[in-house]
Design a protein around this ligand. Structure first.
Ligand SMILES: [Zn+2]
Ligand SMILES: [Zn+2]
Length: 149
């Protein structure tokens, strides 16, 4: 069994345990997220699945993503103006974002727990989590740039 299939099976078990009904669309959204190693927007997911489910709307995709987020299978990444992106990698990891094409790539780095405790000490806040993003130009965009010259 491929890794993504195992992940999908685990995610489906989790849905069942949470008493969430597994509709074909919900299954497809989950499957797409687990296989797409990118961080798609709801719109991108909709476009990818539209052929398979002609009756599905963007609202259905959003609704499914919300359900998956509520039971902790998917993380929503919000970026102010632009639409949210969805991440099915719910383990601790950081992101590097391409400033040219907007691609988001995962990378592992020891969690910066010290930042959280320092922030608590300095500000008196009760810290819930933190988010760190690294920005730059991805390999594809770097290549495009050199070709142009
Ligand atoms: Zn790029
Ligand atoms: Zn990620």
């Amino acid at each position: 069994m491929a890794v993504s299939e195992k992940k999908l099976q685990k995610a489906i078990d989790r849905l069942k345990q949470s008493g969430v009904r597994i509709t074909p669309q919900r299954h497809a959204v989950l499957d797409y997220l687990l296989n797409a190693m990118v961080h798609p927007t709801a719109d991108e997911i909709y476009k990818a699945l539209e052929g398979k489910f002609p009756n599905m709307s963007v609202a259905t995709v959003y609704n499914n993503l919300r359900v998956l987020r509520e039971i902790g299978l998917v993380r929503e990444l919000t970026y102010g103006d632009s639409s949210s992106r969805f991440d099915c990698n719910t383990s601790e990891h950081y992101h590097i974002i391409c400033e040219e094409c907007g691609k988001i790539v995962d990378f592992d780095y020891p969690s910066l727990d010290e930042v959280e405790s320092l922030a608590e000490q300095v500000t008196g806040f009760e810290v819930s989590h933190h988010r760190m993003e690294v920005y730059g130009k991805c390999e594809d965009c770097k290549e495009l740039h050199t070709q142009k010259q």
